[in-house]
Design a protein around this ligand. Structure first.
Ligand code: HEC
Ligand code: HEC
Ligand code: HEC
Ligand code: HEC
Ligand code: HEC
Ligand code: HEC
Length: 426
């Protein structure tokens, strides 16, 4: 393997326009010959002649950059020194900023309760990146509901660094066949044709994927999901939402590692659609669609379908038709669930972010409180008791809500489960 790598490095890798271009970028972006002695990694360099100390550290050499003034394109993590106490991480991409994993919050809810804690490692996926201070999760030894070991969790657990998964003209996904011409993630991406394919959404890995060094039993069972992101996806949502058109397959994809989550064996049980893994509930019926369209905030049901979409509570369109998905991404304001587009459904990313968030379990909103605002504010930062903001400053909570102004909500806004549910079944 190493000799194959070396000969490729020696012969000069293929040209890359952006870096990955939906497939394998220049080998030299991630692998280095300069760290090696006689073909073996020397001090400082990682295994596989990686540029960083491990796989995730290698990714973060480009994906975490010092000195950003705000959300910046493909950056998905904020350096330690740039998010001091009370100051949130900077990136607002759909997956979320891994910097939240380094933010631990404590607060008192009232005069009788003991101090509460929201530990940093509860805020999402703890990738192991030794050069950047990201450590293994302190609680979960494996993926809850599955066997994937937390000690091996890295960027390349989910993203194939060599971008081999591709979407073909007939909609199938394969790891070989036609060459990958570009990223398949965007509304500006061209369609696969008879000669070429495009990368899977976000270079996510699919069926059969197993990282080197892992045993075969952990190989993925499900394909990469179908989705389209807008080309400007990492931005403040203060005045308009950023809409990824989640198409289909997200819940199945997460079940590659979380096989039995929320299916009744866990404390919190909730449907999440997924054909491949055999889910039978999770579709939004006409009544729920209507409610999603009308719901604006607690006490306000005056919304309309044309601008009902809310990125803090997304849903799956229920379609693999990229023409439809692209048309949805470019619609502003953006519409709610529509039976004409597909079979809309609740999925894992309706509630969670893929990387990390400001709340426990990488949630899109704080599910550990009965109200997400109080007296028109997210935080009670100046008060002794903080049952709602829970130790976050207003600036941090606002960023965790992707800059959605608190005044868009009711002054005493309930949790966002109510975007879909008129009443919550007990
Ligand atoms: C985006 C970063 C990235 C790029 C670009 C990249 N690699 Fe890798 N490569 C990795 C990582 C990370 C590993 C370690 C295994 C893992 O975590 O998946 C790896 C492992 C390998 C391995 C050993 C394991 C295996 O999968 O067989 C070989 C061989 C390899 N790379 C070859 C290449 C070649 C050849 C190129 C250029 C055509 C290339 N890589 C480009 C990140 C990259
Ligand atoms: C040499 C710098 C560099 C390294 C190292 C690097 N990336 Fe990237 N990455 C980029 C750039 C630039 C973009 C945006 C342009 C593009 O998509 O090619 C990007 C985009 C991406 C995207 C979105 C791609 C799409 O088509 O939707 C993913 C996912 C990603 N990187 C994952 C990784 C992972 C995982 C690693 C480590 C294995 C890694 N990157 C290492 C520079 C890098
Ligand atoms: C648990 C799986 C998982 C891990 C671990 C993971 N990603 Fe992702 N990543 C995703 C998914 C899923 C998306 C798509 C999110 C969306 O569109 O809502 C994504 C999106 C992205 C994007 C596009 C921007 C965004 O936030 O949507 C980049 C860049 C990226 N990942 C890089 C990385 C890097 C670098 C690492 C490691 C530091 C990493 N990812 C670790 C699953 C993962
Ligand atoms: C490659 C395997 C893998 C995939 C795919 C994966 N996860 Fe995870 N996930 C893990 C592991 C391992 C942990 C435990 C380590 C941790 O909590 O950081 C975990 C933990 C979690 C947690 C608990 C976080 C916490 O702080 O307690 C949530 C929530 C979660 N995953 C949601 C998702 C969602 C949603 C998806 C799909 C977008 C997904 N996962 C895909 C491996 C995976
Ligand atoms: C309707 C919202 C919702 C949906 C949909 C959802 N989750 Fe969750 N998830 C939650 C909540 C709320 C919690 C916290 C439960 C608790 O406090 O016990 C949670 C917790 C988790 C945890 C951590 C469990 C633990 O014991 O540490 C994982 C892992 C997870 N979810 C994965 C998933 C995956 C994978 C999917 C899709 C198959 C999914 N979730 C769909 C709301 C949701
Ligand atoms: C994106 C829409 C959506 C969101 C957001 C959502 N749900 Fe649901 N929920 C559904 C759907 C769809 C069903 C399945 C309805 C059916 O099949 O009858 C469901 C079913 C339920 C059920 C019945 C469970 C069962 O097994 O039958 C409960 C309880 C529930 N949801 C609680 C919640 C809670 C709590 C939250 C917030 C943490 C939440 N939901 C957020 C769409 C949603």
């Amino acid at each position: 393997m190493v000799s194959a790598l070396l000969s490729c490095l020696a012969s000069g890798a293929k040209e890359a326009r952006a870096f990955h271009s939906g497939g394998v970028g220049e080998c030299e972006g991630c692998h280095s010959m300069h760290n090696s002695q006689s073909g073996f990694p020397a001090g400082g360099g990682g295994a596989y002649l990686l540029k960083g100390g491990d796989a995730s550290s290698t990714c973060l050499t480009c994906h975490q950059v010092a000195g950003d003034t705000g959300p910046a394109s493909y950056h998905i993590s904020t350096p330690n020194g740039e998010m001091p106490f009370g100051t949130p991480p900077k990136q607002l991409s759909p997956g979320g900023d891994f910097g939240w994993l380094k933010k631990t919050y404590t607060w008192y809810a009232d005069v009788v309760s003991p101090m509460s804690t929201s530990a940093g490692d509860r805020h999402g996926h703890n990738v192991n990146a030794q050069d950047f201070g990201f450590q293994q999760d302190g609680k979960n030894l494996t993926a809850p509901g599955g066997a994937y070991p937390s000690s091996a969790l890295s960027c390349t657990s989910c993203h194939d660094p060599h971008g081999t998964y591709r979407r073909n003209q007939d909609g199938t996904i394969s790891t070989s066949g036609k060459p990958i011409k570009e990223s398949g993630s965007y509304e500006t991406s061209s369609a696969p044709d008879a000669e070429t394919s495009v990368g899977s959404y976000r270079m996510l890995a699919g069926t059969g994927y197993v990282q080197p060094g892992m045993t075969g039993g952990l190989a993925f069972s499900y394909a990469p999901p179908n989705a389209v992101a807008p080309s400007t996806y990492n931005r403040s949502e203060a005045t308009s939402v950023t809409r990824v058109a989640y198409g289909s397959g997200f819940s199945d994809w997460c079940r590659n590692c979380h096989t039995n989550i929320h299916n009744g064996t866990y404390s919190f049980s909730h449907p999440a659609a997924g054909f491949a893994s055999g889910a039978t509930t999770g579709n939004l019926d006409a009544t729920m669609i209507n409610y999603y369209d009308q719901y604006i905030k607690t006490g306000d049901l005056s919304g309309t379908a044309a601008n009902a979409y809310f990125s803090l509570v997304p849903f799956e369109v229920g379609s693999q038709n990229y023409g439809i998905l692209k048309s949805i991404v470019t619609t502003t304001p953006t519409k709610g669930p529509d039976l004409a587009d597909g079979t809309p459904a609740v999925m894992c990313l309706s509630c969670h972010r893929a990387h990390a968030s400001g709340w426990d379990y990488g949630m899109r909103w704080n599910t550990k409180t009965s109200q997400i605002t109080s007296n028109g504010k997210y935080s009670q930062e100046t008060l002794l008791y903080q049952p709602f903001g829970q130790g976050r400053t207003e600036a941090e909570a606002l960023q965790a809500y992707y800059q959605t102004p608190a005044v868009k909500f009711d002054p005493n806004q309930q949790g966002l489960c109510y975007k879909c549910h008129a009443t919550l079944p007990q």
